[in-house]
Design a protein around this ligand. Structure first.
Ligand code: ADP
Length: 385
């Protein structure tokens, strides 16, 4: 059954803003995405009024859920701080109570999406995720450098080292974990109405791509990114994990910076190709994590050199070694070089990542070595948990 934007608007007709104006006329609604019975939109309000709007958000979600044919509703309350305005109130203490919903639980408010002013520890504002010892980000300055492929194979490398590992695909602009893992199911809800992560390769896996169509995800705006990622972190029954690897959206814009600030990260891995341009982007990534006091665990050079699948000859088509040099210059660990190889591309795109499908091959060994360095840096945190 098709659900139209007009039906969604009609369902909201009786809902009033905290000041008594009809919600539809309060100039706060984002564009409404209604595809295949899945409805998503945000209510954008001033940070100072965010708390007063939470009940409106819940009402809106309930009203949309009642439309015949609606299977999933996600209404995000997003708050923007106007330049010069007072700082937003602190976020409510997580874990947040899940909002009943047929598909995915409701999204909790994000109180600001402006980039943080440096110097504050993200830990000061973000409580940890119960049961998860360390959350780490895999980031890149731009798309297409192999960030997602690296994130998944790193997660598998950590698994091979005997750790309990989860993977959260937070790349809301282009979630690729469904493709990389071959998973396309929608997560079920447990008795506490938390989403149960999908399992494959011994990993607990969650992706925004399990919840929304790729095209829908791509038009989401920055504040909605944060809401959705918060939901996937806090409203998912992750269980007990040593490491949760977060595949970040590429780039270093406001949305990424806010994520880096609001996700309780123990560290970040930056993926770069050796080309100058992506190194410049990688440097921006480093600066971004520095700004929010997240330790950079190191740089991985992906597509480091071309290895001929037939004769094994190596060619430095992108000027191999740039990331290692850059890491030395910036004083961050260099985690390893991953070749540009057909086997990595083919296994990634077939949903059979190389560390799992060719565990005795040379590529798996490289990813495991990267994972070993990451594990060593997190040892204290994991042991403490
Ligand atoms: P990103 O997450 O940075 O956008 P992806 O991980 O989706 O990048 O990779 C982009 C493409 O490059 C995919 O087709 C993937 O299979 C391929 N790829 C990534 N790393 C390698 C590699 N080391 N060798 C060959 N192909 C790779």
């Amino acid at each position: 059954m098709t659900v139209t934007q007009q039906q969604v608007l009609d369902s909201l007709a009786k809902i009033k803003s905290p000041r008594g104006v009809a919600l539809a006329n309060a100039n706060v609604l984002s564009a409404i995405n209604a595809t295949d019975g899945k409805v998503f939109f945000s209510i954008n309000v001033d940070a100072a009024e965010a708390r007063a709007w939470e009940s409106v958000r819940a009402e809106a979600e309930a009203a949309v859920r009642a439309i015949p044919g609606v299977t999933t509703v996600m209404v995000a309350l997003t708050a923007e701080r106007k330049a010069g305005a007072a700082p937003p109130p602190p976020p409510p203490p997580p874990p947040s109570p899940p909002t009943p919903s047929r598909g995915a639980p409701g999204v909790q408010p994000v109180h600001a999406h402006k980039p943080p002013q440096g110097g504050q520890s993200p830990m000061a504002r973000q409580s940890e995720i119960p049961g998860v010892a360390a959350v780490i980000a895999v980031a890149s300055g731009k798309g297409g450098v192999g960030k997602s492929t690296t994130a998944l194979n790193l997660a598998l490398g950590l698994r091979d080292l005997g750790l309990k590992v989860g993977l959260l695909d937070a790349d809301i602009y282009g979630p690729s974990v469904p493709r990389l893992t071959g998973l396309h199911d929608k997560p079920a809800l447990n008795d506490e109405r938390k989403m149960i992560p999908l399992r494959r390769f011994g990993l607990a896996i969650m992706s925004i791509g399990f919840l929304v169509e790729e095209e829908t995800a791509m038009i989401w705006r920055g504040p909605m990114v944060m809401s959705a990622v918060t939901q996937m972190l806090r409203d998912v029954a992750w269980g007990t994990l040593d490491v949760l690897v977060v595949d970040m959206p590429p780039g270093t814009g406001d949305a990424q910076l806010t994520l880096a600030q609001n996700v309780p990260l123990k560290g970040a891995v930056i993926v770069s190709t050796p080309q100058d341009l992506s190194l410049i982007d990688a440097r921006r990534g480093l600066a971004m994590f520095k700004k929010v006091n997240v330790p950079v665990l190191g740089i991985v050079e992906n597509m480091s050199y071309f290895q001929c699948p037939h004769c094994g000859t190596k060619s430095d088509i992108f000027g191999h070694g740039g990331a290692r040099h850059e890491a030395e210059k910036l004083g961050v660990p260099f985690l390893g070089e991953i070749p540009l190889h057909m086997a990595i591309r083919a296994t990634s795109d077939a949903g059979t990542p190389v560390v799992d499908s060719e565990p005795d091959g040379p590529h798996a060994a490289i990813y495991r070595a990267v994972a070993g360095q990451v594990r060593d840096q997190l040892k204290g945190v994991i042991a403490a948990a």
